[in-house]
Design a protein around this ligand. Structure first.
Ligand code: GDG
Length: 762
């Protein structure tokens, strides 16, 4: 169940949204939805196939996004290859096609390793903080990978470049990157329906980097809550070392947006079903409804508590039963006055933990009923099965108190559905703080499911809550749920994905495309005098934990030699590095060099000379401040240059380093006051130096020396922005990476910088 239960709703809504987004962008292709299970269930009887829409959660939700003709849903049919007679295959495909779906075929072994294995015995428990249940089996991981590849292949086969792909949930976390490899420009969104755990939990997964890299194939990654989003970003920073700015992740090639989209429900469907239920004539009532009414009538002030979940250890059913027993002991006056109705829907019964849980719940129900039952009263009604939608509504509308206290839950839609069915606005919702929905449902009674004392008191308070208070709380909740319904949720996700893609296009317009590059090279070749400024770290060479180890490689020397030998071309390496290092690396090569942001210059192999007269008496005041930051920030260190001091924090814990950097910035700004000093925030480095020294000023001094027809500057960080700002407007200025910049163009990676520069050699 889970997502599978939500599938059909997505089905219809997706159709509507697809039409809306189409109107927005006429050139957009179709939408492809991918989830482990399809929105329809197959039934084989007497050689005939019927596909009936599934009920519940994701199925229901995504139904709204799915439109037969213009969208395609890819997933596993729920039947293994072994279960499908060969001759029925064409009929199955035809039945699925009618529902806009197509299937990925899985063998029994694949379902075992991928679904019951890695998905539900590794990821599910781990992401719900059940570390002790999480199994790390290499073989299951291998199968997970290969099945993810199967899903990716199915998408690749079906997708055109202008299509939009929306991938769902934890079973398919590698798919985004697998699709990206084959379709680099396609739009890919991913939504995780379960929590994303904190870094401390996630880091225990042996394949953690692979999972993150898989997800980062997306353009947009959505979570139910901000907490899951923040945990994910933290893992991305710590495990992959990628830069994150607000909710954008900068990978070598692309910007990936991460955001929270709390999933809503089909509010109308539930509220209307509840109204219909109210209007049902007594003779047409369902059997369940009749039983519920009879019991209500037999004890006039009896209250019903309702608990509905899949039978899953994350849902806290066993704990709820224990808490119920605790409540009956603490407040015995409610014996015979309350009844707990438990609907536990069978789920993943192939997984041992679920079998154990089933036994535990059976025993608890038996024990508690045995302990407290009287001739006229059984405290717990226990249903271990799935119910038709109408019966679900019977339960929602008849029960006075919904008691939903998962130990951990991505969202929990049942809580929202309960509120939506309360047409007269009465009813009390007791909800676990650990459910994602608690973030949006503050007006519910929020409890910690592990706190029996608090839970028992909440139950008592719920029984006695005045009607006016119930109405007051539920009115606010209903308004919110009606507005932020599942359609709005899906729509928001799709619009955000479209925006992300179009934002990306604005980058693409400025990216140095092959055409643009050709034009630049033509202008370079036809100019009689040319000036090139090339930054070093992050532009020509990658960053290294120890800056001294980022020495040039042979290929780079060869490229720079060739550039330096170009006729009518002045090439400058321009860097914040100290002159000693550049002397060692480059002096013998006779390149022109400007170092320490413009303090020193060397031409044609001469010793470095001062380009700017700078003071250094301030250094002894600032150094102790930096030292105190080094002491308190493991991994950071000071680089003492001749005329500047740099505090490097690349090797610190990313969050902590960033926090310390802003602290240092505040301290330094107040310290340097009127001294002619400035603080430069570079790429994981803060540098303090004289204000009259920067790369822009140095570059302009060189530019002023002669008449140049072609001026080019390339660099990756903030310190290079001075060049981009100060050089004449018609200069070709190029940023490495996609951060905000004053440069006219950008390239994605060091590899591409080298490729671009090699075209200046002819
Ligand atoms: C996962 C995440 C997240 C339940 N019993 C019956 C039935 N249902 C329907 C409910 C509801 C859905 O199933 C259950 O959704 P939940 O959100 O409560 O929980 P999961 O199944 O664990 O779903 C969860 C969700 O994905 C969506 O992102 O909220 O946190 O774990 O719609 O109405 N439907 C019918 N008979 C039943 O017996 N017809």
């Amino acid at each position: 169940m889970g997502i599978e239960l939500l599938l059909p709703f997505f089905f219809t809504k997706f159709r509507e949204i697809n039409i809306k987004t189409k109107q927005k962008n006429q050139f957009m292709g179709k939408t492809i939805i991918i989830s482990n299970r399809l929105p329809v269930q197959l039934q084989i009887s007497n050689g005939d196939i019927t596909a009936i829409p599934s009920v519940g959660g994701l199925a229901t939700g995504m139904k709204s996004v799915h439109s037969g003709g213009d969208s395609l849903w890819i997933g596993w049919s729920g039947l293994t290859n072994e279960e499908i007679p060969k001759e029925l295959s064409p009929k199955i495909d035809a039945a699925l096609k009618e529902h806009g779906s197509s299937r990925v075929n899985l063998t029994e072994k694949e379902v075992d390793g991928f679904y019951y294995g890695f998905s539900n015995r590794t990821i599910w428990p781990l992401f719900h903080y059940f570390l002790e249940y999480s199994e790390f089996e290499l073989q299951n991981w291998e199968i997970y990978k290969s099945v993810n590849q199967k899903f990716a292949d199915a998408i690749i086969e079906a997708a055109d470049d202008d299509d939009t792909i929306w991938i769902h949930d934890y079973q398919l976390m590698l798919v985004p990157q697998m699709v990206r490899e084959q379709k680099p420009d396609i739009s890919i969104g991913f939504f995780l329906h379960i929590p994303f755990p904190s870094f401390e939990i996630f880091r225990t997964l042996p394949w953690r980097e692979k999972i993150l890299e898989g997800l980062l194939g997306s353009d947009l990654i959505g979570f139910h809550t901000y907490d899951y989003e923040r945990h994910f970003l933290s893992s991305v920073r710590r495990l992959l070392g990628l830069d994150v700015s607000f909710n954008d992740i900068y990978s070598d090639e692309r910007v990936i947006k991460v955001d929270s989209f709390p999933m809503g429900i089909d509010y109308k469907k539930f509220s209307e079903a509840a109204k219909k239920n109210e209007d049902t004539a007594p003779e047409d009532l369902s059997e369940l409804q009749r039983r519920l009414y009879n019991h209500k009538e037999s004890t006039a002030d009896a209250k019903f508590f309702l608990s509905i979940d899949r039978l899953d250890y994350t849902k806290g059913i066993a704990k709820r039963l224990n808490a119920f027993e605790y409540f009956l002991n603490k407040y015995p006056e409610y014996k015979e006055k309350v009844r707990l109705i438990i609907l536990a829907v069978p789920s993943r019964s192939n997984v041992p933990q679920y079998q154990l849980l089933k036994r535990e719940v059976d025993e608890l129900v038996g024990r508690i009923n045995g302990e407290f039952s009287t001739v006229s009263w059984t405290p717990i009604w226990y249903f271990y099965r799935s119910m038709p939608f109408e019966n679900l509504i019977d339960l929602y509308t008849t029960c006075d108190i919904a008691w939903l206290t998962p130990i951990r839950d991505g969202m929990n839609l049942v809580a929202k559905e309960y509120i939506a069915t309360r047409t007269d606005k009465t009813g009390v919702l007791i909800l676990s703080e650990m459910a994602g929905s608690a973030n949006e449902m503050n007006e519910a009674m929020l409890v910690n499911p592990n706190n029996f004392e608090q839970t028992a008191d909440a139950l008592k308070e719920a029984i006695n809550m005045p009607k006016e208070e119930q109405i007051e709380r539920n009115s606010i909740l209903q308004k919110r749920l009606e507005r932020y319904n599942v359609e709005k949720w899906a729509n928001d996700f799709m619009s955000s994905l479209l925006d992300q893609k179009s934002k990306d296009h604005s980058h693409v317009a400025r990216r140095l495309s092959v055409d643009l590059m050709d034009t630049i090279i033509d202008s370079y070749k036809s100019s009689s005098k040319r000036l090139l400024f090339i930054d070093y770290d992050g532009t020509l060479a990658g960053f290294h934990k120890d800056p001294q180890k980022a020495a040039p490689d042979e290929e780079l020397y060869e490229l720079l030699d060739n550039l330096n030998n170009q006729k009518d071309t002045e090439m400058f390496l321009i860097s914040g590095r100290d002159k000693e290092t550049f002397t060692k690396w480059f002096l013998h090569k006779k390149y022109n060099m400007i170092v320490e942001h413009g303090v020193w210059i060397s031409r044609d192999g001469e010793e470095f000379k001062m380009l700017e007269n700078v003071k250094k008496d301030w250094m002894e005041k600032i150094l102790p401040v930096l030292e105190s930051f080094v002491d308190r920030t493991p991994g950071s260190f000071i680089e003492e240059k001749n005329y500047s001091l740099a505090w490097h924090y690349r090797n610190t814990d990313p969050d902590f380093g960033q926090k310390r950097a802003s602290e240092l910035n505040t301290v330094l700004t107040s310290l340097i006051g009127t001294d002619d000093l400035s603080v430069l925030n570079g790429n994981k480095v803060m540098e303090i130096k004289s204000s009259n020294v920067n790369k822009g000023r140095a570059a302009m001094r060189m530019y002023a020396e002669e008449q140049y027809e072609f001026v080019f500057a390339i660099g990756d960080d903030w310190t290079d922005e001075f060049m981009f700002m100060e050089l004449p407007e018609d200069s070709i200025t190029v940023k490495v990476g996609r951060q905000k910049t004053n440069a006219r163009y950008y390239v994605d990676s060091i590899k591409n910088v080298r490729a671009l520069l090699s075209r200046f050699v002819y």
